[in-house]
Design a protein around this ligand. Sequence first.
Ligand code: FAD
Ligand code: SF4
Length: 455
Amino acid sequence: MKKQAPAERIKNFKEVAFGMSQEEALKEASRCLVCKDARCSAKCPVEIDIPRFINAIKNKEFDDAIKTIKEKNNLPGVCGRVCPQEDRCEGACILNKKGNPINIGALERFAADWGLKNASRVTRHASRTKGTKVAVIGSGPAGLTCAGDIAKLGYIVTVFEALHAEGGVLVYGIPEFRLPKNIVKKEVEYLESLGVVFKGNFIVGKTITLKELFEQGYKAVFIGTGAGLPNFMNISGENLNRVYSSNELLTRVNLMKAYLFPEYDTPINIGKKIAVVGGGNTAMDSARVCLRLGAEKVYIVYRRSEKEMPARKEEIENTKEEGIEFMTLALPKKILGDGKGFVKGVECIKMELGEPDSSGRRRPIPVPCSEFILDADTVIMAVGQSPNPVFLRATPELKTGKWDKIEIDNETQSTNIQGVYAGGDATSGDDTVIAAMGSGKRAARAIDNYLKNRL
Ligand code: FAD
Ligand code: SF4
């Protein structure tokens, strides 16, 4: 897929990847073998009939292509951009044997973008036949998927969202240059066309309780409150000015439009030399955002090697292309102040890799007496997130486990409370968009079964 040149794109927040032209999409689709028992589809958590939609592109039947995708996936424009296809459908494609799998993500994006431009031809309005009310808490990919599937089944769905914009991490976390907010907005509008009602600025657990939702006539509830509580390292100096969690940085840039200051009067104060701690998508996004905000030097500080980084390969490549320096096998020990309350540097220690730990990745071990000082005036902590606590604190009867993750039955997503289901990062910890969507889909199916048996 063609991209903006690195030297150009670091000066703007426009989308980096351009997407396939029709000619490119037809050429790529023509390589697909349209396998009968397609391995790609078997790996898709939302069960898209991949050979069927690729075949439709091959035949220039683009409305059939997007309709096929939308039978299963309510957010194709999002998935075509941020889904880790290399670990899912593309990773399973039979053409991997020849070293050149089909670029399924780019084809999905092509079909989705075609659908957005030709919306009237593909929008399907659901008929509300069942008249039963279902509540969804949180409008991230888990909540949006569950809401869309439940609406398609004919239920009356209301999504309660704490923030003023719908999409969860898709709007407050992933930057504009990877996922334009207009795409998320359009996909939310598609859900509205299915009859889903969104109530923003509505914190369940504060504005209303779970018990009150049932009292208001909701017969089932899906919890998709995500993992938006940033983790810190608990090292000295984390309270200095210009130490941010990646969540704060990204929310202020994406949702509060800090990058559009002074058009929006909500700027963010970062320095010129930035240390971003972490190796996931969040770290890459934070580093690239800082560069675009005008930083002169940005480091990714990661305690393992590049091979162990959890970020998408494509995003690691993009980050490197943009000139961000990877300082791997290094762990911050303390953040140093300048005596006036601001960051002056980071004391780090070098690491080496030992035996694999429970995550399967090799355990990082400090190298004795290898401390060094990294010159930095801003530190961004991108070391993971935990489940959002507000709803959980207000709902002590809901069973949670390790790291406050909501406990569920893995097949049905049901919690310990009757009629209450949960999914996405609130149950798994920080994971992926498509995993969250898969759980929303399973929950929708289970909620339908539950309600059918009760009504
Ligand atoms: P979320 O997206 O977190 O949404 C939860 C929603 O619930 C939020 O809108 C929140 O405001 C709302 N909420 C919380 N509490 C309440 C309450 N009490 N009442 C009402 N609403 C509430 N994954 C990928 O697959 N590819 C990527 O490239 C990728 N990049 C990422 C980049 C960043 C910066 C981050 C942070 C994550 C990234 N991820 C990526 C991970 C992915 O975005 C998440 O796994 C996914 O969004 C989880 O979806 P969710 O619906 O469970 O939760
Ligand atoms: Fe096409 Fe590959 Fe899927 Fe076969 S496995 S249908 S070749 S994308």
